[in-house]
Design a protein around this ligand. Structure first.
Ligand SMILES: *Cc1c(COP(=O)(O)O)cnc(C)c1O
Length: 418
């Protein structure tokens, strides 16, 4: 089976990896919940600041997205919902959770370090006043990105008056670079893939007052994403939907380095224990999480070493190596990885636009495209080899996480639909 997987990936065919053996048990009273609470308290402290700094009409400064029911559709589960992170405020992608959150952590530290803020004193709006602007403006936030992370970090940094230096890989779309330059960020373009861009950004001139956001290794970034998982748990509760091992929650999460799906998984596992099934979805050419779990026994692997070329139009997922930090935090909580050719994601963009009017970028449609190949593999696998939770596939609740797209310029979207 596992030799097969690499052969399938090389041929550009969809492939599934399923976790075998024991699934993660609920971690009673583990430190996860505490760390997640710290992150959500920070988001709350910052809400008034975001509301004022971001200039979004009648927005309360809370970064949250709707949970929508998907219309009944052939071959897709009865009970299908969409967690609409493509419509998140500030930057219209899931990076408005992680990337924005790390910028907030940094701003808080700088202001506190200058005696301009006492954590918990409720005076966060002073961050937008002159003394704090001056202190923040002497710092540069640096990051490397295939597009959306740089976009979110750059937009948030500039909104708080920080300088931004954004290193973009060859995958990054032009409009994201243009937008960043318009708001005064310094955009550095690289002719390499994401891993190469990251290496270049890391070796940027060392100096004072530079903060590097490392997508492969940042705990702040990871924790920022956890709020998405908490939010889903509370939305399901509001709808009176109970999740249990009899009615499990199946969640489809597009995966690049793994930070966004990993942070969300971390929170969902804390909330639902073994009753949530976390399915990561990647392009076949960039199946770095699948390879880390199947071939690397939880250690990051380079897709190039397996004859894959990391070429995909799903720019948010064009990553050749998964994050070691994410594997360490949630590697054992990932129940399945589905790898897909671009054509299947493209078909999902069109279908979801036609059926539900959701405007998605390619990466963000991956979750929908994963449903049928996963279902096929479940049907073909002998019941004794499957973890019992998969038998609840038909009766479970399915949530597809749509991770970006509402800010795609019209011509980009029309091009995707063509
Ligand atoms: C970044 C991104 C992802 C995946 O996040 P990782 O933290 O890289 O795994 C998924 N979808 C979109 C649209 C993204 O921009």
């Amino acid at each position: 089976m596992s030799e097969d997987i690499v052969a399938r990936l090389r041929k550009g065919l969809p492939a599934c990896w399923l976790k075998t053996g024991l699934r993660a048990a609920p971690k009673a009273k583990d430190p996860a919940s505490e760390a997640i609470n710290v992150a959500s308290a920070r988001w709350q402290r910052f809400a008034p600041v975001l509301a004022q700094a971001c200039n979004i009409p009648s927005w309360d400064g809370v970064v949250r997205s709707p949970l929508r029911r998907y219309p009944r559709s052939p071959d897709w589960p009865q009970s299908l919902y969409v967690k609409c992170d493509h419509a998140l405020p500030i930057t219209g992608s899931v990076k408005a959770r992680g990337g924005v959150y790390e910028v907030l952590c940094l701003a808080e530290r700088i202001a506190a370090g200058n005696g301009l803020l006492n954590a918990g004193d409720g005076r966060y709006l002073s961050l937008l006043e002159e003394p704090a602007r001056k202190a923040l403006g002497s710092w540069t936030v640096v990051t490397a990105s295939t597009g959306n992370l740089g976009f979110s970090v750059g937009v948030m940094a500039r909104a708080l008056g920080l300088k931004a230096e954004i290193h973009m890989s060859m995958d990054a779309k032009q409009w994201k670079k243009d937008r960043l330059r318009q708001i005064g960020a310094c955009v550095v373009e690289h002719a390499t893939d994401y891993t190469g861009t990251l290496a270049a950004a890391r070796t940027g001139k060392p100096g004072e007052r530079r903060h590097f956001i490392d997508d492969e290794a940042s705990l702040d970034l990871f924790m920022g994403y956890t709020c998405g998982g908490m939010e889903l748990a509370s939305q399901l509760k509001d709808l009176d939907i109970e999740i249990s091992e009899r009615q499990p929650l199946f969640v489809y999460l597009p995966c690049g380095v793994g930070g966004a799906p990993g942070g969300i998984t971390y929170a969902l596992r804390a909330a639902f224990g073994p009753a949530v099934v976390c399915i990561f979805v990647e392009p076949v050419a960039s199946a770095c999480m699948l390879l880390a779990l199947d071939k690397g026994r939880g250690e990051p692997q380079s897709v190039y070493d397996y004859g894959l070329d990391n070429r995909t139009d799903a720019d948010g997922l064009a990553v050749s190596r998964a994050s070691g930090l994410v594997l360490q935090k949630v590697g054992e909580d990932i129940d399945a990885v589905v790898a897909l050719p671009d054509a299947m994601m493209r078909a999902a963009v069109r279908r979801v636009w036609a059926e539900a009017g959701l405007r998605l970028e390619l990466s963000a449609a991956a979750g929908f495209a994963a449903i049928e190949p996963l279902h096929d593999v479940l049907k073909q696998t002998r019941a004794t080899q499957l973890n019992p939770i998969w038998r609840r596939f038909d009766s479970g609740l399915h949530v597809v996480w749509t991770t970006g797209g509402s800010m795609l310029p019209e011509e980009e979207f029309v091009h995707l639909l063509a």
